[in-house]
Design a protein around this ligand. Structure first.
Ligand code: NCD
Length: 315
């Protein structure tokens, strides 16, 4: 059977989950699964990106995302540089676009961008010649996080379709939530959102999800609980009265998790605020927590995205 053009993801950029179709997502999951296996071997190299250059351009702090893109590029044989924003000309007032255009003149093949402004990666993709990967733009999208979450879920459940997944916490400021809602609903999962009204966008119910303000109702019958960090750096005013009160009503602890399906699993994109959105007892319980597996999936998924984008640019 001949493959149609959109059976496989080839780019030209990875700006968001919006715009991808099911087959493209499946092609990335299949490819990443092979990289999970490669990453578990002693020799973790493949030379798919030999001779290619990857630049990480992170305007916001990152532990997991930046290091996993760096590792993914290196494992595939690319030359990788991490721009140190604090010591770059950005600290002297250079604009985002001028910085990107300057880097573009060094002829990178792949530019990974994280920025506090929604749409920053899409804007850059119009100014440079290389493939741009959105590693988080404001509260808009974080596509590789949703893809790595789907990879983690597929390893446990086989199929995402029909899964009941509760996304709990600071949805309004979360690009992780947005990308996950689009991807999970695309793959046939049933998504529930649970947060106080101050942490939910007013249009949330139009996203094809069920909206809850009470964790005890939201978790009943769920296969997976995905917990989000309170993103204080994006809040203009206090959205919750106190961390203590928030934990009481919306923090995931054993008592609340017991309301979900027996054997329900827990995810968190990190970084975690223990005792605020999640109890340490849950985060550290290997029988329920997928948090470290999400990190492992992250390297493999980023390898899949980088390899697919590089192949899509056959010059
Ligand atoms: C997330 C992010 O930066 O959007 N972290 C991540 O990439 N793993 C979530 C967060 O910062 O809370």
């Amino acid at each position: 059977m001949s493959k149609s053009y959109s059976d496989t993801f080839t780019g030209p950029h990875m700006l968001g989950i919006a715009g991808l179709n099911r087959l493209e997502v499946i092609s990335l999951l299949d490819r990443a699964e092979q990289f999970v296996a490669l990453n578990r071997q002693r020799k973790k190299h493949q030379d798919l990106l030999n001779g290619r250059t990857l630049i990480n351009l992170f305007f916001e702090p990152s532990t997991r995302t930046q290091s996993s893109f760096e590792l993914a590029g290196k494992r595939l044989g690319a030359d990788v540089i991490n721009m140190a924003i604090q010591t770059s000309s950005i600290a002297k007032g250079e604009t985002l676009i001028d910085t990107a255009v300057t880097l573009n003149a060094m002829r990178p093949d792949l530019l990974v961008v994280r920025h506090s402004a929604s749409g920053a990666a899409a804007l850059l993709s119009q100014k440079v010649d290389c493939a741009v990967i959105n590693a988080g733009d404001g509260a808009h999208e974080h596509p590789t996080q949703a893809l790595l979450d789907a990879l983690t879920l597929r390893a446990h459940f086989g199929d995402l379709s029909g899964l009941k997944i509760a996304i709990c916490g600071d949805v309004v400021h979360s690009r992780v939530a947005r990308s996950n809602i689009i991807l999970l609903t695309l793959m046939g999962a049933q998504v529930r959102l649970c947060a106080p009204p101050t942490l939910l966008p007013t249009k949330a119910s139009a996203w094809g999800v069920e909206v809850f303000h009470d964790m005890k109702q939201a978790l009943v019958g769920c296969d997976v609980v995905m917990v989000l960090r309170l993103q204080k750096e994006r809040m203009n005013s206090a959205c919750v009265p106190s961390s203590r009160e928030y934990f009481h009503y919306f923090g995931l602890d054993r008592e609340k998790l017991n309301l979900a399906k027996k054997g329900a699993l827990v995810m968190h994109p990190g970084p975690m605020n223990r005792g605020v959105e999640i109890d340490s007892e849950i985060a550290d319980d290997p029988n329920v927590s997928l948090i470290n597996e999400q990190v492992e999936s992250g390297v493999a998924m980023r390898m899949a995205v980088l390899a697919s984008l590089a192949e899509g640019r056959h010059e």
